[in-house]
Design a protein around this ligand. Sequence first.
Ligand code: NAP
Length: 307
Amino acid sequence: MSIKAGLVGLGKIARDQHLPAIAKIDGIDLVAVASRNAQGEGVNNYPDLGAMLAGEPDMDAVILCQPPQVRYQAARQAILAGKHVFLEKPPGATVSEVDALIALARANGVTLYASWHSRYAAAVAQAKEWMASRTVERISIQWREDVRHWHPGQPWIWEAGGFGVFDPGINALSILTEIVAEPITLLSAELEVPSNKQAPIGATLAMATASGAPIDTVFDWRQTGPQTWDIAVETSNGKLLLSEGGNTLTLDGEVQLKAPDEEYPTMYRRFVGLVADKAIDADTAPLRLVADAFLCGRHCPTADFED
Ligand code: NAP
């Protein structure tokens, strides 16, 4: 039987990706939307999650697409109502919130899915397989994009708990922690925070694998023109480049795979499987690295930024 799902926060990512992916995938149907300022088509609409839970007793799952600052209370409410929960990334504003949700989902026998969409980019699985038999010597990450293009009219992203440039940067960290088998530690960070904002517009991270291979990382939100989402890996036996956010794989200079973005349909297939097993998939590794960067990062004030 198909999962009856309700979506909370009908904004950019819900419209761009969730609605088309749900429509495309067997095993899940959207029956309701809870959003303060928007209405879904062909579904029941509610002003908030409480009203949706009260009005849809047969709903099986809740998909949370609001900004991270408000996700924890909504996820708690849904789990306590016995619903399976799909969390947009990042799964929470803090690590402790996500740990609490994992425990709550386990206690209530429901699925908790902390989705990391970039892990489902076309070339990530092949990159992981290629790296499994090699020793990493150095990794370089360049994640540079234009915030004005990708996040217009999103004040929450600049506020505390909004992650700033780590909102896209955590996508790179989700791929990194997927393809590198060893634990990764953060050594130091520099966070460039505009004087009129609470969250960084640029960040430089020094990380390392457990066996000591350096991982140099730059996140920057001031890149106009071509955008860069690259992870380059040097190993004892060849070089790998994951580009276009993980959708293109180049090995020793030769493109091996270049495929269109199918991240969200793939995630929804995964969610349908998790719900069938009432399983939990909530890896906090990318979020922990972000938290570590905020814990030990040196703050470098930069010029005011108007978006
Ligand atoms: P968004 O459009 O700014 O927000 C989504 C919706 O959440 C809004 O339309 C709004 O709906 C609701 N909302 C906004 N602020 C809220 C608040 N303070 N309290 C309660 N509800 C609030 O953001 P988005 O781009 O869709 O991003 C949402 C999440 O998806 C973020 O965690 C982001 O990292 C992730 N994500 C975004 C993208 C992307 O390309 N944009 C890609 C992947 C993942 P109502 O006002 O109607 O309630």
